[in-house]
Every structure is written in C-alpha cells, then in structure tokens.
Ligand binder design. Sequence first.
Ligand SMILES: [Cu+2]
Length: 155
Amino acid sequence: MKHALFQSTLFCLSLLTLTLISSTSLAKGDLSAQEIKTVRVELSNKNDQLIFSPNLITIETGKLIKLVLSNPSNNKHYFSSDKLSQAVFTRKIQTLDERGSVISEIKGNIREVEVYPGRTVEWWLVPIKTGRYDDLKCVIPGHAEAGMVGRIEIF
Ligand SMILES: [Cu+2]
C-alpha cells in the first residue's frame, strides 16, 4: 500500500515537472512576446542632405526590432533594400501622425518604405538570416548616386 502511494506521488510530481518544463519552453519560443529593440534611422535631415543616418545599421537575428524610419527633411524619401526584405520576418508596419500616434498598421512582406516629409514609420521585424547587405538606398532618381545609400548587417 505504501509502495503504491509512493509511486502515485512520484507519478504526480513527474507530471507537474513536465507541465512546468513545457510551459516554460512555450514562453521562450513565442517571439512576439519578447522585448523590443528600437533602432532609429533618419532619411535625409533638416538640411536636405541625401544621406541615411546612420548609414550602417546592425541588427541581430531572432530579436524583435522596431526600425523607426523618420524623415526630418522637406522631401519624401525611400528606405529600400531587397536583400533586407528577404532576410527578415515582418510583423507589421505602423504609420504615425505628427504627434506620434499610430494611424495605421500594415501586415505582410515589405520591400520598400516611402516616408513623407516630417513623417515617421515604424517597421517591426525579426531578422531571420545573417548577412551584409549593401543595397540600402533611396530609389528616387539621383538620390542614391548623391549618397543616399547604406549597409545593413545582420549577425
Ligand atoms: Cu531620397
């Protein structure tokens, strides 16, 4: 009798341990629940220079990134990188009003983002592939040639 009680207690403890282990692994596997790392990039600047600041963007695979693309200039500009779009999972894009409030969310694969003067867009993504991508550019004719280019490194 004692032996049977001991065995069933042991069985219950094993079950409890298994449940705890599996719920812990589920929480770690949920990438949408992880902490967000914010990376800010300016498209041009108040003097309308044709640059990205910074022009080297370094991000890490498996981390949720909020890529904040702001345009403080007087002209619209693009943030375009085919290779980046193939190396990340896009969770969403958020467009913001002048006070920083979200006015829309776009979901699905994103290849290129156009940001209007004085506006900000947030691209929420998770890098899934390492690499060095030199194809970041603004696709408005003449802008890349004038220096509006950059590199994205995913490690
Ligand atoms: Cu441009």
